[in-house]
Each structure stands twice: as C-alpha cells, then as structure tokens.
Design a binder for this molecule. Sequence first.
Ligand code: AMP
Length: 279
Amino acid sequence: MRIAATVAEMRAVRRDMTGDVGFVPTLGALHEGHLSLVRAAREQNQHTVASIFVNPTQFGDPDDFASYPRDPERDLALLRDEGVDIVFLPESAEIYPADASTFVEVEHITDTLEGEHRPGHFRGVATVVTKLFQIVRPQRAYFGRKDAQQLAVIRRLVRDLHFDIEIVAVPTVREPDGLAMSSRNALLSVSDRQAALVLSRALRRAEELFAAGERDGETLRSAMRGIIAAEPQAQVDYVSVADTETLRELARVEHAALASLAVRIGGVRLIDNVELKSE
Ligand code: AMP
C-alpha cells in the first residue's frame, strides 16, 4: 500500500495506474461502515484509493473540528488489511493554499436538514470532494447512505459539473443493537452510548407505522419526536420525513420518503436515516 501525502505524489502514482480506480473519501477514525465502502470499491475496480482528510471547511464549529477523533496509524493498518492500493493523506495546507478563493456551492437541496442546521457544511463537503475528484480522477466513488443528504449533494454535484464518475451508494452499517456506525460514537460515554439507541429506535418506529399504512408526514415525525423526548440525555436538532429527491418535508408520503434525524447526546451530534418505501 502506498501513502501519498501531497497532490503531486498522488498524481504521480495515479498516472501509473491502468484500469478502473474506485475511490473512498473519508475523514478517518475508520470503522466497519468505511470498510464496507472499501470492500465495494475493491470488488468493482482494479485499483482502490482511499483518502483520509479531516476537512476543516466542512466543520462550522472549531471545537467540533478539534475534538473529531483521529487515529491515522490504526486507519492505515485497517486499509492495508483490506487491500487498498493507495491512501491519500494530505495536510490541510496541501488542499487549501493560504490564498484559496474558489469554493463549490450546491444550491437548494442543501437548504434543509443538515444544510440548514450546519451552515456552510455542504459548501465545505462539495469543495473538498471536487478537489479530491480532480486529484484522484476515479471511475467510481463510494458514499454511505448513512449520510443521505451528502449522497444527494454529491450526486447533484457530479451531474451539474459533468464529472465522469459513477457514484455508488453503500447501505448503512449498524452495530448489533441498531446504532449506526459513526466515528463520533467513539466520543460517547457509556451511558450516552446507551442513550444513543433512541435514534435507531425512533426510525424503527417510523418504519413500523409506515408498514402499518401510516402516510401522514406529521404523524410519523411526531412519533419519532415522542421516542426521543422519552430519553432525557437526548436533544433533538431535527426530525424529518422528507421527499427523497428535494429533501423537503412531506405532508403526506405517497410512495417513498427519507425519514431522518439529528440528535445531540451529551454534546455529541449524531445523525441517522432510513428510507420509507411502499412495496
Ligand atoms: P466520514 O469519514 O464520516 O466522512 O465517512 C466517510 C464515508 O463513509 C461517507 O461516505 C459516509 O457516508 C460513509 N459512512 C460513514 N458511516 C457509515 C456507516 N455506518 N455505514 C455506511 N457508510 C458509512
């Protein structure tokens, strides 16, 4: 496995690659969710490139950026075991020159949910993903459904800017008790870890109601809010039942919806989602 620390190095190794390249961008602090993206990339491409970069421009809160878990040595060992060919591990100054003045903005679908609650977040994501796509030049790039709005934003970015890259969506990997895997889970205390189960429990409730025929958006949202309200350590950022394309709240679900939520547990902000879909 090669480690490229600079754009020039990454470009040099990329030039020598023949055949399809699958790319997995990450913030590091890797877990089984990330590794399932890597495995999908390995299956579908001759070469696999992963990146580890805690992108400062997608963090609004400097404390959140500072406390984000980092463990590059462990990450590299995991990626080596998975058979990744190249890891792009740049310093911030490599990606953002001091006088960087070009940013990528995806409009409209970033107005709601994460975009609404984390102003500037998707501008940072779209900018760094554009840069990484330019540097790595993959045929395919792998993104988790865990970050459903991010996936929608990337698909829109690729379409609108004519990137010749196939975006592959990978299902959310969960702990046996239902908690969606996340690098931020490492920041939870033992009791917060237990309280964090409200996210998947609330989504399961929405799934059950939907399966039983409930189609009223507010009834579904209110059932999820009720479950979270019963957990004293949990504080809701948003609870949503939205159109899968526009990500706008639905009064009524016709065939499908994205049920999603963001909840703070002991200072750690967690997100999760499921797709509600009629048979
Ligand atoms: P992150 O390091 O959090 O930016 O995540 C990097 C990629 O891994 C993104 O495409 C995420 O959607 C994906 N990912 C994170 N957690 C999970 C999970 N539990 N299951 C599937 N994919 C995930």
